[in-house]
Each structure stands twice: as C-alpha cells, then as structure tokens.
Design a binder for this molecule. Structure first.
Ligand code: FAD
Length: 615
C-alpha cells in the first residue's frame, strides 16, 4: 500500500457527513484478514470483520488435541516460500510472528511404498520401474500443458496414456499395474488441485497455476491457523459468530448487512470473502438485488471440489499425546519430511481399475462398481468410498508434534533458506534401492522398495471427490470400520510399535458438507476460462440514484470515480494461485487497496503495478 509521504493519513469524513467511511469484511480466512489489515493500515475507513464461525482462519484449520499434538485439517503447505521480488505473504507473516520452527524444506514430497491389495510382497524391481515410468509420464503430460490448452486435463492425459503404451514403458504384462499407478495419480492430482476429477478440470486452468518460488514448505509447529490468529490479533473489530444472511447493496450510499444472530451492520462497502462453495449455494438468498448475470455465470462455471483428510491417532493408551516411538527407522522406506516434523512413512495404495474411469469421477458414485471392480471378496466388502483412499501416511507436516518441534527449533536463514536441503536430498536418494543405471527418469513421486515401520502414531489418509462426499455422510464408526478393513487388505502396511486398531481415534474433516465452506478449494471447471475468475472478482457499484440491479464492471474507476459497494476476494479470485492461502491473501489485499484508493484517493495512492489484478 502506498501512502502519502508522511505515511497513511486518516481519511477525511465522507463528503456531506461527519463520519468516516466504514467497510465490512465478510469472512475471516486469509482473504478477509488481508483485506481488513490493508484497510486498517491505510486508515481510509473503519473496518469491521464479520465471521460466521467461532474462530478465525477459515480453511486454515488446526485441530489442537493437546498442548503437544495438533492436526492440520485444512491448509498445510506454503506452496513456495516466495522470493524477494514476490514474497509469499502467508509465509512472511509466519516468520514475522516467530512461528517458523526450523529450516524450510527443499524436497517436494517423500517417496512412498506402493502396495497392491492382497500382496505380502513388495513390488519387484520391474514393477517399480513400470510404476515410476507411469508416474513420470503423468507428470510430463501435466508439465507440458500449454497456457492456452483446450479441453479438460483428462483429455490431455488420454493422449499421454496412449503415448506411454506406445513407448513400450508399460509393456503388456505391466499395463494393468500402470493403470493402477495412473489411478493413484489421478486421485493425487485431485487432492493437489481440489478438482473432483481431471475430467471436470479445465486444462488451461491447470496450466496457468503457478507455485511460488523458493522451497515448498517450512515446518510450522503451531499450525497454520495460528498465522491467521496472529493477523486477526492486529485488527480492532473482528466479530465471531456473525453469520451474514443478507447483503442489501442496490442503493446508493452503501450496504446493509443482516446477520443470523439478529445483528445489522451498515457500511459504505463490503468485501465478501466467503468461499466459492458458499457463493454457489447461497448467492440467490445472500444478495439483494441478485448478483449480475455475468457474475452468476462465472459462479456456475468455476468449481470447488472436496478434499478431506482422515487422521488416525494410534497413540497407545497411557502414552502422552504427541509422543512418537523411540525406535529409529532404519530401513529404506522412511523419509524425512524435513525440519522438525518427524520421519514419514508413506503407503500408496494401488487399487484396481482403469485410471480414466477414476478420471470420470463416477467410480465412487453410490452403487457404482462397474468402472473399478473389486478384485477380491474382502475388497468387495469395503464401502465403495474407501477405495478412494489412495494413501496412508504416518507423520508429515499435517501432524504437529508441538513440544518436540519447539525443542528442535532452529533459526531460519536470512532468506528463509536453511542448510538441511542437500542432506535431505542425499537421504532421499539413498532410499531408492534401484541402481542409478536402471532407474527411469526421476519423478517426485517415485516409489521406494520397502517401507520402514512407522514411528509416528498419527496417520493421515486423503480422500477426494465423490468418495469424500460418501465418507462425509458415513458415521465415525463406519469410517473407522472401513479403514480397519482396508488395512487388512494390505498385509505390508505396518503400524507403529505398540499401536492397535482396538485403540485408535479418528479425526476427520468434512469440508464438502460444512455449510461455511461447501468444498475444499477451487479450480477452473471444464469450459471455464480466466475471464470467469475476473468476472467473479469484479467490483460492483450501486446504480446511480435508485434501487435495482447493478452491473459488474471492470475496475474501481469504472463508475465515474464512485467507490464500489461490493467487492469479492478469496482463493477462487486468483488464476495463478487459485486454491491457496497466499492466493486468497493476495486477492484480499488487492481488493482492499482498490477500495482504499477509491474511498480516500487523497490519502492513498496506488503504485502503477498494484492497479492490475494480482492474477
Ligand atoms: C483440506 C485442505 C487442504 C488445503 N491445503 C492447502 C495447502 O497446503 N496450502 C495452501 O496454500 N492452501 C491449502 N488449502 C486451501 C486454503 O486453505 C484456501 O485456499 C484458503 O485458506 C482460502 O482462504 P479464503 O479466505 O479465500 O477462504 P476461507 O478460508 O474459506 O474463509 C472464508 C471465511 O468465511 C466464513 N464464512 C462463510 N460463510 C459466512 C457467512 N455467511 N457470514 C460470515 N462468514 C462466513 C468462513 O467461516 C470462513 O472463515 C487447503 C484447503 C483445504 C480444505
């Protein structure tokens, strides 16, 4: 935010009135918090944040089980720590708040042991090579997507699949295994992008997504919600438990916001940061007058998928929460997640079924078994959604063992780069039993031959799309029973020492059915383009001199210099960083800067580059 030479001056009262302008920010996730902070710091207006739930952070949601142990039910990775030119604002705030535990990670992922249901043998070397080739071919297809790619991601993957078969790298006897590996990779892609299936995802949207520069992640012992709470603590007026039910905006001079608890807030403008899922489900009742047709059409085409996490806490009775087994993992399958968050043992589950049936997103639909038939009687007993569980991982950054992490805290280097990276890479390299000359092109998800026994008592499984929706509808008892049954199908899957399925606790997210989110993160759906994101983010102006619908317009200056009355921010409003915390933050900050400049142009002066949308 640029300000006058003497720093931001407090805005004068509104013309013809004795009061300062007031802006309501709806939602206290990263978009809302960034918007509110930016406005407060500009001193252009009074700010009130209205948040429906009893906490701040939104989809940054850390479930604290004890002082020593917490679980990230939502956002976990920074997805790039940023560079000097383009810092990741969420990481930067975490550093400023003293929350970064130790050296940032250089690695992108950890290697997994790939397991076949019913098999007590690790994959043979030939099978490992086939899986590695298959996974590398998927990555290549995604990396090669042109920025103007037509069609869906699955369209491009089908071409890549045929190329893989033609290359001889998935020979006939291993083709079925390669299908399983691609089915696993389809589920992983969904988890990464929030899409319910790659057949519903715009290939262009995926091609335009960009990670931030810098290492991927930095251990954050306190959890991501703490970063949001640190931001909220800097704000003057955050009202929790204020679920907005109606925003009346069609009259000149401001908005009237009604909350379910009976409160009413009058403001000159509002910045709406509720999720795309909430907007899709509720825009008809939330806005009076209704949103303009262009915005409604964008809401229709943009999509938000469901990605859920299932945590299993195997801490043996009598052992304090947050402890890990003292037995050190020595065999090849355990890899460090870097920093302080402990060794990771990850199992990738190779369910049967053609990958593009998975891509169609239909294989977990209720009653559907045709696309991915169960291969054994035991498997047939599983509820269909459980075959959407594609990995089970002990440890990793979603498990916050706070005390241990605090003990190991190390300072972060000047640019947020620690010195553990090379060592981690060497360790990872040693974990592959394949000899270098036999090894196919290295992929970030290459398999390891055999997993060590886990030492962390907390495991996480991810489930997406229709399977996630079915999981959310099941009871805790049903989910636990299904996961226990699933584990019996993979004889190589090990529990930590002393752990038992008879003493396990389940903690899980339900992002899809939660009325405050209605989904996990957004993506450009099939047929959607970046223009939809721009239409969603476009500010709205009150019609001159009366009530009635107002049309969206392209920028704050488009209404003859009048300030917008409704603005929209959130992760769905950013093309390059869609689906991320920093994407949400950047849109909130940008909209607030535009609004501040429109409300008090004499106090706030935008530099040239900040007048462009941050897309
Ligand atoms: C499982 C999962 C894993 C993720 N992993 C990562 C990750 O590793 N890295 C990453 O960068 N991102 C990740 N994300 C995405 C990231 O969490 C989001 O993109 C980001 O937090 C969204 O911020 P936001 O401010 O746009 O929306 P939200 O965080 O959804 O904030 C909107 C707020 O509005 C509130 N609200 C809703 N309705 C109303 C109403 N009627 N009145 C008032 N308030 C209302 C909500 O309670 C919420 O607090 C993940 C998300 C999920 C669900």
């Amino acid at each position: 935010m640029a300000a006058t030479a003497a720093g931001p001056a407090a805005a004068p009262p509104l013309a013809g009135t004795a009061r300062r302008p007031r802006v309501a920010v709806i939602g206290a996730g990263f978009a809302g918090l960034a918007a509110a902070l930016t406005l407060e710091r500009s001193r252009c207006c009074d700010v009130v944040v209205l948040e429906a739930s009893g906490r701040t952070g939104g989809r940054a949601c850390t479930q604290r089980l004890s002082p020593e142990l917490a679980l990230e039910l939502g956002a976990t990775w920074f997805h790039g720590l940023g560079s000097d030119g383009q810092p990741n604002p969420v990481f930067r705030h975490a550093v400023q708040q003293g929350l970064i535990g130790s050296a940032p990670e250089g690695e992108k992922w950890w290697s997994s042991q790939f397991l076949l249901p019913g098999s007590s043998q690790p994959l043979s070397k030939a099978q490992q090579i086939a899986v590695t080739h298959a996974i590398a071919a998927w990555a290549e297809a995604v990396d090669e997507l042109p920025r103007d790619a037509a069609g869906t991601t699955a369209d491009h993957l089908r071409v890549a699949w045929r190329r893989l078969l033609a290359s001889g790298r998935a020979p006939e006897e291993l083709e079925e295994l390669a299908q399983r590996a691609w089915r696993w990779r389809e589920h992983l892609q969904r988890a990464m992008d929030g899409c319910n299936s790659t057949a519903e995802q715009s290939a262009q949207g995926l091609a335009l997504y960009e990670e931030m520069a810098g290492g991927v992640h930095a251990p954050l012992p306190a959890g991501m919600q703490a970063v949001a709470e640190g931001l909220a603590a800097q704000l003057g007026d955050v009202r929790l438990g204020h679920a907005v039910s109606r925003i009346t905006w069609g009259r000149p001079g401001g908005v009237t916001i009604a909350c379910r608890n009976g409160a009413t807030v009058e403001a000159d403008a509002a910045i709406v940061t509720v999720s795309l899922g909430v907007l899709k489900a509720q825009h008809g009742t939330l806005f009076d007058p209704p949103l303009p047709p262009a915005k409604q059409a964008a809401l229709e085409r943009l999509q938000i998928g469901t990605v859920d996490k299932l945590f299993l806490d195997f801490t043996p009775p009598g052992m304090p929460a947050g402890t890990s087994s003292t037995r050190q993992s020595s065999s090849s399958g355990s890899s460090s997640s870097g920093g302080s968050e402990g060794p990771v043992v990850s199992y990738a589950l190779l369910w049967a079924g053609p990958w593009d049936a998975a891509a169609s997103g239909k294989e977990h639909a209720a009653g559907s078994r045709a696309a991915a038939p169960a291969t054994s009687e035991d498997e047939a007993q599983l509820p269909e959604w459980a075959r959407g569980v594609f990995s089970l991982r002990f440890g990793g950054p979603e498990v916050k063992r706070c005390q241990q992490a605090a003990d190991q805290q190390q300072p972060v280097g000047a640019h947020g780069v620690g010195d553990g990276t090379e060592q981690q890479q060497q360790q990872q390299q040693q974990q592959h039993e394949l000899q270098p000359e036999e090894e196919p092109a290295e992929s970030e998800f290459s398999p390891c031959s055999e997993a060590a026994q886990p030492t962390c008592y907390q495991a996480v499984a991810w489930v997406t799309g229709a399977a996630a929706a079915a999981m959310e509808a099941a009871s805790d008892e049903q989910v636990l029973a299904a996961l226990r049954q699933l584990a019996t199908l993979f004889p190589q899957l090990q529990l930590p020492p002393g752990a038992s399925w008879d003493a396990v606790e389940l903690h899980r997210s339900r992002w899809g059915s939660d009325p405050l989110f209605r989904g996990s993160y957004s993506y450009l759906g099939a047929g959607s383009t970046p223009a939809d994101v721009a239409a969603l983010a476009a500010p709205l102006f009150a019609p001159a001199g009366g009530s009635g619908g107002a049309e969206a317009s392209g920028g704050a200056e488009a209404s003859g210099g009048a300030a917008p009355v409704l603005m929209f921010a959130g992760e769905a409003c950013h093309v390059k960083h869609i689906g991320t915390m920093h994407g949400a933050y950047l849109t909130g900050r940008h909209q607030a800067e535009l609004l501040a400049a429109a409300l008090a142009p004499e106090a706030v002066e935008l530099p040239q580059q900040q007048q462009q949308p941050p897309m």
